[in-house]
Structures are given as structure tokens and as C-alpha cells.
Design a protein around this ligand. Structure first.
Ligand code: NAG
Ligand code: NAG
Ligand code: NAG
Ligand code: NAG
Ligand code: NAG
Ligand code: NAG
Ligand code: NAG
Ligand code: NAG
Ligand code: NAG
Ligand code: NAG
Ligand code: NAG
Ligand code: NAG
Length: 842
């Protein structure tokens, strides 16, 4: 251990933190050294003291973590001791109750709620008192977070959680894949079983407990009954053993049809006595192995999943089946309300998927067992870039509720786009639904406070994978960190939480702090700008990968994420007076606001109203011009991300710097793909030109299909809007290369040369670009291996990619040539080449 101390000190003295390569595995728990000089060192505690530790509990975890953290952060090696109350110059970690019995009988325990803690630091003496052991562990992490941020001031405060349910969900499949996961395979499962090596699970447990998450549901809501074999139950027990010392309990997702598919009963009717017995048996066997199991999560009668409707039973009868099986064990049933008919007919003006959850669940209010919590997505549809609050939160007086958020960026760039989510979450949490004309903030409804419910809280779909980045993008980890912080205390400020995360993740450099703060805080408005504005939804491909632009996919199908865009008008009429009636699902004051176009905020206009493209917003712009302007503004913001990041080179270790930079460069290019696709699409549909003359006019571009082609041919891209000029080129065979060339007409000068191409799944074409015979650069279509998003097998808005070669000397009359070597199914596709003067992003 002495050597470790010396090593840490040496690193502190001799080498700036920035040169140590980091792969992200430590997340925000890096415990990087901070400056602590002689006088600071003198005021550090010299022992860690527990009053009555027992094996494998969270207080032992806390003491180990404190010892590790102090060694790394301030280079001080301190012993762990059992002691009485002589706690001078020590860090005392205990439950408040232990402390009261052993040290101070006057301590008022009532100031701490379950899982809460008290942190007092007074020069070298630190007291960390948890309401329970878990709270004490949280307090230890809090103290280490202060030290890691170079904060040595004396503090004395206590903090309690907003709600008791602070869970994460993982959508991990038994085969090791993760639905909507963007960072490699599962840390839990492989080949239908629980993996042997759970060391990554342990690290995930550390990260989650440091942000005060107390539950994790380990498998996909689209659940596989084979989780419930004896062998897999044993595996679940091993997972629970790893999480337990971190104060985290596990839960599992169930497949409603298991009594039939796994149990062979020939039925899964929730009122059938054999089915009830079967679930009782399963539950007993699970609790035998995991006595502190949290309970179950169930997605039923949703998107093709089996449910009680098969037997004409209600959703509450379905939910109560599990709730009753759990009751003897004190378990909780989280029941998802994501229930809707995905075969609805768009021709019927009043049809509306956004109405479904209130229609299904409102009449069941009061019929759920007390240990049921309805898990409700934040908006009525599905994690879009902007949605109003789900009206279901305002329609249940006698039912426990939890809010479901998504840390994994399914519709928000799949971790290849930087999008800091808390500002979006805040639009929901801080919204006042005015139930019965009384203040009814969403955060007070989910905590249980507004309707006097005992249970309530938070669930977020996280989907970390085995990549050391956890989520696929180092900067995406701010979303996980902030989720935990907000679930504990939703009134915290998005930016303040972000700043803590930056200091913990990248150190105390002020420039780093300010730059990443600016980038992150602009990122959600930016992403909304270049994807879908005014409440029209993300405008991604909803039937394929949920990633790139494909506005046409919203309509003409039964999924109900409609825009109802035609030649003259756009938007969903959700009014009561002439539309789907959805506005009327909100309490009167909110209903009135959304019913009237004048009082509907611009950013939800098209969610609630069907209007002409020339309708004027409160801002004074027309809808269509807002679309055009916002898409240009958003893509412009994205171009700056790269130069902002570049200003940090040398201030961040090279490994993380490069990893993030690659994604930001990609994002800057893909934001232009988004911008052009959406603008092209609505220009084509409305035939209303951009007042500023940008849309459809690209003076710096040379379309590939207009070049001289050898071994390449023009290809009409579908959807058309995802190619400039609606066409690209592909090689005529997938065994020989193609060449596209053209003479430069632009004046001589230094240009950034941008090439738009398509990087499809299943092949890795190679391209080389020349000016005359000089090679400018070459690249490979390997994003399926190097980026995070779900790849596409087509030329479309998902595969469209841009690469830029900076500051290239080009003379008028030069021959610009690209040679593409196809690979398998990827025919080296090219869209266009742009010669960009400095400062132009076309
Ligand atoms: C702690 O838990 C592990 C895994 O469950 C077990 O192997 C070990 O014996 C336990 N140690 C103590 C002191 O309880
Ligand atoms: C210490 O542990 C023993 C046995 O678990 C228990 O009886 C006693 O109450 C504990 N003391 C304190 C101060 O918590
Ligand atoms: C240190 O942390 C405490 C508790 O969060 C805070 O009140 C105080 O302002 C911080 N001090 C500094 C110097 O950041
Ligand atoms: C469930 O898991 C088993 C075992 O891994 C696998 O064979 C089966 O295909 C899975 N079922 C589904 C619906 O994914
Ligand atoms: C529960 O099911 C198991 C396996 O199917 C069976 O062996 C066991 O007898 C059952 N236990 C009870 C109490 O029904
Ligand atoms: C379904 O249940 C409802 C009420 O419980 C009943 O009115 C209806 O007849 C049932 N339908 C069928 C097909 O059993
Ligand atoms: C959808 O509704 C329209 C208008 O009522 C009707 O003509 C059409 O047949 C319906 N389509 C389907 C698939 O039911
Ligand atoms: C009212 O609804 C009809 C369809 O029933 C639609 O065609 C019309 O555009 C709507 N009017 C307004 C003002 O939204
Ligand atoms: C988003 O677009 C609006 C409207 O054009 C613009 O005012 C705003 O600055 C843009 N914000 C970002 C972050 O791109
Ligand atoms: C819209 O796109 C189609 C190709 O899908 C094209 O035929 C049509 O001319 C375009 N209309 C306008 C107004 O651009
Ligand atoms: C995750 O890591 C694996 C192994 O290092 C790598 O092959 C894969 O491309 C990575 N995936 C992502 C999304 O970063
Ligand atoms: C060449 O492309 C065709 C059509 O996409 C495909 O069927 C074939 O498998 C490809 N050949 C190779 C060697 O991948």
C-alpha cells in the first residue's frame, strides 16, 4: 500500500493528470488526485472508524471506498478501525441509530428519512450518519465527491430522498444483446445464461450506488421466460450478491405467458388457479435465492407482448396476479402503462395513440393492489425529443405511480449525438398539472406526495454494455449521473449537476468545465432544432432503427406517431372541439391552455394543433420558416462542437479526447444530413420556398450523380430526402471499384472538402479522394464497428455520413476524383462533394 501512496504522489507532482490515458471504466469515480498541500494534509482525518460493522453490509463497502478514495485523491493511506466514540481526527461511518446508542443518545433520528444521511466535516473530523446502512454508504460517496472536486470546506447538512423508488432498468436479453443498447453486449447475460465473470457488474454497482440508485431490473421488459429456470435463478442470486453490498436490490422482468411457455400449463389466464399457483411457486423459489429481491417489472398487452387481454381480463387483474405473489415477501410490482393499439387507422381523424394510456388505466384507478406501482413514460407517446407530460399522471388518485425516463438515447442520437437530457426531463418534472385546481407538479405526483401515496418514484432505462465507456460516448455518462441526482432531488439545477459531473469526470480545469458545460447545455435545444420542432416529434424512422431522419415513416401506418402532414397543413389536432380530444385528458386549466391555439406554447403547437404551414407562431415566424431556420441553426450549433472540443486538447487525456472528438465530428456531419433531409422533405411536400433561399440550393456542392462516372451509376435513394438532389451513386458491381470525377469550377483557394457517403452495415468499402493525382485522403465505411448507433442496411438517413478534409489547396480546373472500392453489400455509395470556403457549412 505504501508503494501505491508513493506512486500517487509522484503522479501528482510530475505529470499532469491529462497524460494518463483513461478508458471511462471508472466513470465519475476516478478519484483523480487533487492538490492538497501541507496545511490541507494536516486537516485530513487519519482513521476510518465503524461502530459495529458486519460482513457484507454497506458500511463495510463505505469504509473500503473511503480508504480507496482518500488514497487516490489526496494520497493519504488511512486504516479502518472498530472503535467507540472517540472519533477525533477520524471519519466515522455509522447508521444514525448505532451512533445514538453508542455515542449520543440525544441525536434526533426523525430528521432522516429512509436512505437519507447526515454529513458533518469539521477540520479532520468527519461524521457520516445514515438513516440506514445504505444511507451511510451514500454519505461516504458524497464526502469523496466533495474531496474529488477539491472542496475541503467544513459542511454540516443532511439530505433525504425525494422518493423511495430510484431504479434503473436494463433491456438486456438472455442472448447477451441489449434492446436499444449502444455500448456493446450485456454485462449480465450471454448464451441464455448469467455470465460467470461479474466484475463489470460490481463496477456498475459502485457507479449506481454513488448516485443513490437503490434498484436495478436486470433483464428486458420484452422478457424471456427462460430466465426462470433453476440454473438462471441461481445466476440471479449471484448478481444480487454483487449488488447487495452497494445497497442495491435486484428485480426481474417477467413474460406474462411463462406459465404456458415455460410451465407447460396450456394457459396463462391470471384468474386460473394453476396459473396463480405456478407464479407463487416461481416467486417462492426466487425469494429463496434472493431474499431481498425488489420484485417484478411487467410489460403486458403491449406491442405484441402477451397479457391479460388474451383471456378478456383487465390490466389490473393481470397486475394483481403478480402483486399477490409478491406480497408475502414484501416485493413490489412495477407495471408498465405503455399499452396501446398499434394498428390504428389514420384515416379516422379522432384516432389517437396519445389517448390510449388514460383510456386503459383511468377506469382501473383504485383496483390495483397496494404494492403495485404503475410505471409511466414521461410523455404520452415514446421518449420523443419533446412531448407534453403524460396526462395519465393527472388521472389516478388511488394508484401508485413512477415516472419512466430513458438514459439510453433511443430517439435522441443513440450516443453518437451529444444530447444532455436533464433540461428535457425538467420540462416534465417541473410541469404543474393543476389537478383539481391545486398545485400538482409532476415531481410531487411521482413522489406520492400530491395524492398521499406511500410508494412512488423513478425508473430510467439505462442499457449500459460491456464497452468501457458504459454507454458508448463518454459525455453521455452525464445523463446517467444526473438521473441519479435528480431522482434523489429533482429541484436540483441541471447545470449545477452537470458541473459536478464534469469536475469528477474530467478534473478541475476551468476551461474544461466551462466548455463542456456550454456544449452540453446547448445540446438538447440543438438536437430538437435539427430533428423535429414545434412538438412534431423526433421525425426519425419509427419503424426501423429510430436513428436518422425519415419523416414519412411517421404516417400511413398503425403505430400512431402521426404528423398528418400534407401539401398545405401539418400537425395532430388533439383538441376536444375538432380533434382527438386528447387535450381534454388534462385537468381543466391545462386542457384549456392546450385546447386553444393562442395559449399553446410554440414548442408544442404541432402536438396539439393541425395548422397550415403558413400559420404564424407567437414568435412571428411561419411554421415552415421556423422549420427551415431551426434546422439551419441546430446544424450550425453542432458545427461548433468540434472546435469547442478541440480547444481542450492537452487538457484531457488523449484516449477520451479522441474518442469524443470522433463522435463530435460525426455528429456535426450527421446534423447536416438531418437538416437537409427534413428541410428537403417539407419543401418538397409544401412547395413553399425558404425565405432565405438556402433549402435546395447548395452552391458549394458537386452532386456525385453529375460527375463523370466509371464503374459507378446513379441511384435513386429512398427515402428521397436523404440524398442531396435525391440521388447518390453506387458501384455497378460489388467486385470492382468505381471512379467519379469532375473538374473544379470554383476559384482557386484553400477549401475544406466535405464528402457525403453512405456507411452501411455488412460491408466496409474504401474510398480515396484525389485532387489531380495527389491523394487528399482515404477512409473506410466501418462505422458499424466504430460508432454506437444501430446501423442500417440501406442508403438512407441512418447510413448517410460526412467526412471532411480540412484546408486543402485546390485550383480552378483541377480534377477532383474519388475512387470507391465496394465491399460485399456496400457498393461504395457517394452522395456529393462540397468545396467549402472557411466558415461555410453546406
Ligand atoms: C460476502 O458475500 C460473498 C458472496 O455472497 C460470500 O462469498 C462471502 O462469504 C460473504 N462474506 C461475509 C463476511 O459474509
Ligand atoms: C452490534 O451488533 C450486535 C450483534 O449484531 C448487536 O446486538 C448490537 O446491538 C450492535 N450494536 C450497535 C451499537 O449497533
Ligand atoms: C463545498 O460543498 C458544499 C456542500 O455541497 C457547498 O455548500 C460549498 O459551497 C462547496 N464549497 C466550495 C468551495 O465549492
Ligand atoms: C429465450 O431464450 C432462449 C434461450 O436463450 C432462446 O432460445 C429463445 O429464442 C429466447 N426467446 C425469445 C423470444 O427471445
Ligand atoms: C415448484 O415447482 C418445482 C419445479 O417445477 C417443483 O419441483 C416443486 O415441487 C414446486 N413446489 C411447490 C411448493 O409447488
Ligand atoms: C369480456 O368481459 C366483459 C366484462 O368483464 C364482458 O362484458 C364481455 O362479455 C366479455 N367478453 C368475452 C368475449 O368474454
Ligand atoms: C380506415 O378507415 C377508412 C375510413 O373509415 C376506411 O375506409 C378504411 O377501410 C380503413 N382502413 C382499414 C385498414 O381498416
Ligand atoms: C377539423 O377536423 C377536420 C376533420 O374532421 C379537418 O379536416 C379540419 O382541418 C379540422 N379543422 C381545423 C380548424 O383544424
Ligand atoms: C434553435 O433554433 C432557434 C430558432 O431558429 C434559434 O433561435 C436557437 O438559437 C437555436 N438553438 C440552438 C442551440 O441551436
Ligand atoms: C418531390 O419529390 C419527388 C421525388 O420523390 C419529385 O418527383 C417531385 O418533383 C418533388 N417535388 C418538389 C416540389 O420538389
Ligand atoms: C464496444 O467494444 C467492443 C470491444 O472493444 C467493440 O468491438 C465495439 O465496437 C464497441 N462498441 C461500441 C458501440 O463502442
Ligand atoms: C454483391 O451484392 C449483391 C447484391 O447486393 C449481394 O447479393 C452479394 O452477396 C454481394 N456479394 C458479396 C461477395 O458480398
Amino acid at each position: 500500500m505504501l508503494r501505491l501512496v508513493l506512486l500517487t504522489t509522484l503522479l501528482l507532482l510530475d505529470s499532469p493528470e491529462s497524460v494518463i490515458a483513461e478508458n471511462g471504466f471508472d466513470g465519475w469515480l476516478r478519484y483523480a488526485p487533487v492538490h492538497c498541500g501541507k496545511s490541507c494534509q494536516r486537516l485530513l482525518p487519519s482513521r476510518i472508524v465503524t461502530l459495529n460493522g458486519t460482513g457484507n453490509n454497506s458500511i463495510d463497502t463505505a469504509t473500503e471506498e473511503l480508504q480507496l478514495g482518500l488514497g487516490k485523491i489526496v494520497g493519504k493511506e488511512i486504516p479502518i478501525e472498530r472503535s467507540d466514540c472517540d472519533s477525533r481526527s477520524s471519519i466515522l461511518v455509522a447508521t444514525a441509530d448505532q451512533y445514538r446508542q453508542a455515542c449520543d443518545s440525544s441525536l434526533d433520528l426523525s430528521v432522516l428519512d429512509e436512505d437519507g444521511f447526515w454529513l458533518r466535516t469539521s477540520d479532520g473530523t468527519v461524521q457520516i450518519l445514515g438513516q440506514n446502512e445504505r444511507g451511510a454508504l451514500y454519505g461516504a460517496f458524497e464526502y469523496l465527491s466533495l474531496l474529488s472536486q477539491g472542496n475541503f470546506t467544513n459542511v454540516d447538512y443532511r439530505t433525504n430522498p425525494h422518493a423511495s423508488i430510484r431504479w434503473v432498468n436494463q433491456w438486456d436479453n438472455m442472448d447477451g444483446s441489449i434492446e436499444r443498447g449502444y455500448a456493446g453486449p450485456s454485462i449480465f447475460f450471454s448464451n441464455g445464461q448469467i455470465v460467470e465473470d461479474l466484475s463489470r457488474v460490481k463496477q456498475y454497482a459502485r457507479l449506481l450506488s454513488s448516485i443513490r440508485i437503490n434498484g436495478v431490473v436486470v433483464n428486458n421488459v420484452n422478457a424471456n421466460a427462460t430466465l426462470l429456470t433453476d440454473q438462471n435463478m441461481d445466476g440471479l442470486a449471484r448478481i444480487a450478491d454483487v449488488f447487495r453490498p452497494y445497497g442495491i436490490q435486484i428485480g426481474v422482468s417477467l413474460n406474462f405467458a411463462s406459465p404456458d411457455t415455460l410451465g407447460g400449463l396450456g394457459t396463462y389466464d391470471p384468474l386460473d388457479s394453476a396459473v396463480i399457483t405456478w407464479w407463487g411457486n416461481v416467486t417462492d423459489r426466487l425469494y429463496k435465492r434472493v431474499p431481498d429481491m425488489l420484485g417484478y417489472l411487467v410489460k403486458a398487452s403491449s406491442e405484441g407482448q402477451p397479457g391479460p387481454d388474451t383471456y378478456n381480463r383487465t390490466l389490473s387483474q393481470g397486475a394483481n396476479l403478480f402483486a399477490r405473489a409478491l406480497q408475502p415477501h414484501g416485493g413490489i410490482l412495477m407495471f408498465r402503462t405503455f399499452v396501446y393499439d398499434h394498428h390504428i387507422n389514420e384515416s379516422i381523424w379522432t384516432n389517437d395513440r396519445a389517448n390510449a394510456q388514460v383510456e386503459f388505466f383511468k377506469e382501473l384507478d383504485g383496483q390495483f393492489e397496494d404494492n403495485v406501482i404503475l410505471q409511466i413514460k414521461f410523455g404520452p407517446i415514446d421518449f420523443q425529443v419533446r412531448e407534453p407530460v403524460s396526462p395519465l399522471f393527472a388521472n389516478l388518485y388511488h394508484t401508485n405511480m413512477a415516472i419512466e425516463l430513458q438514459v439510453t438515447q433511443e430517439y435522441l442520437g443513440q450516443q453518437d449525438h451529444l444530447v444532455y437530457l436533464p433540461p428535457l426531463w425538467k420540462t416534465i418534472l417541473d410541469f404543474d398539472l393543476r389537478v383539481d385546481h391545486k398545485p400538482s407538479l409532476v415531481r410531487d405526483i411521482v413522489s406520492g406526495q400530491r395524492f398521499d401515496r406511500q410508494l412512488g418514484g423513478w425508473a430510467a432505462v439505462v442499457n449500459v454494455g460491456t464497452n468501457t465507456t458504459w454507454l458508448g460516448h463518454h459525455l453521455a455518462m452525464s445523463n446517467l449521473y444526473a438521473y441519479g441526482r435528480l431522482a434523489w432531488s429533482p429541484t436540483e439545477d441541471s447545470q449545477g449537476v452537470l458541473e459536478d459531473w464534469i469536475r469528477l469526470t474530467f478534473g478541475l480545469d476551468r476551461r474544461v468545465l466551462e466548455t463542456i458545460t456550454d456544449m452540453s447545455m446547448a445540446s438538447w435545444p440543438m438536437y430538437e432544432n435539427y430533428t423535429g420542432n414545434l412538438g412534431i416529434q423526433t421525425l426519425t424512422d419509427i419503424i426501423y432503427t429510430h436513428y436518422g431522419p425519415s419523416p414519412a415513416s411517421q404516417d400511413n401506418n398503425g403505430w400512431g406517431q402521426w404528423t398528418r402532414a400534407d401539401h398545405d397543413t401539418i400537425g395532430m389536432d388533439r383538441t376536444v372541439k375538432n380533434g382527438t380530444g386528447n387535450a381534454g385528458q388534462y385537468p381543466a386549466e391545462v386542457a384549456q391552455m392546450y385546447e386553444n391555439i393562442e395559449s399553446t406554447p410554440d414548442d408544442l403547437l404541432l402536438w396539439f394543433h393541425h395548422v397550415p404551414y403558413k400559420h404564424r407562431l407567437h414568435s412571428g415566424k411561419t411554421v415552415i420558416q421556423h422549420f427551415y431556420d431551426a434546422h439551419y441553426a441546430g446544424a450550425e450549433t453542432a458545427q461548433h462542437l468540434v472546435s469547442q472540443w478541440d480547444s481542450l486538447e492537452g487538457r484531457i487525456d488523449q484516449e477520451r479526447f479522441d474518442h469524443v472528438r470522433k463522435r463530435l465530428v460525426y455528429q456535426a456531419g450527421h446534423s447536416i444530413v438531418w437538416r437537409d433531409a427534413i428541410n428537403n422533405f417539407y419543401w418538397n411536400m409544401s412547395e413553399i420556398a425558404d425565405e432565405k433561399g438556402r433549402v435546395g440550393h447548395h452552391p458549394w456542392r458537386m452532386e456525385a450523380e453529375s460527375m463523370e462516372l466509371y464503374g459507378y451509376e446513379a441511384y435513386a435513394v429512398n427515402p428521397f430526402e436523404s440524398a442531396s438532389g435525391y440521388h447518390a451513386i453506387v458501384t455497378t458491381s460489388n467486385s470492382t471499384s468505381g471512379t467519379a470525377e469532375t473538374r473544379v469550377e470554383a476559384p482557386s483557394g484553400k477549401y475544406d472538402i466535405a464528402v457525403n457517403y453512405y456507411d452501411m452495415y455488412g460491408g466496409q468499402s474504401q474510398w480515396t479522394i484525389y485532387v489531380n493525382d495527389r491523394i487528399v485522403g482515404s477512409w473506410q465505411g466501418d462505422s458499424e464497428e466504430t460508432l454506437s448507433h444501430t446501423p442500417s442496411i440501406y442508403l438512407d438517413g441512418h447510413s448517410a455520413t460526412r467526412i471532411t478534409f480540412e484546408k486543402v489547396d485546390v485550383h480552378q480546373g483541377d480534377v477532383l476524383k474519388i475512387v470507391g472500392v465496394p465491399d460485399g453489400v456496400e457498393p461504395a455509395p457517394l452522395d456529393y462533394v462540397a468545396l467549402l470556403p472557411p466558415g461555410i457549412a453546406d
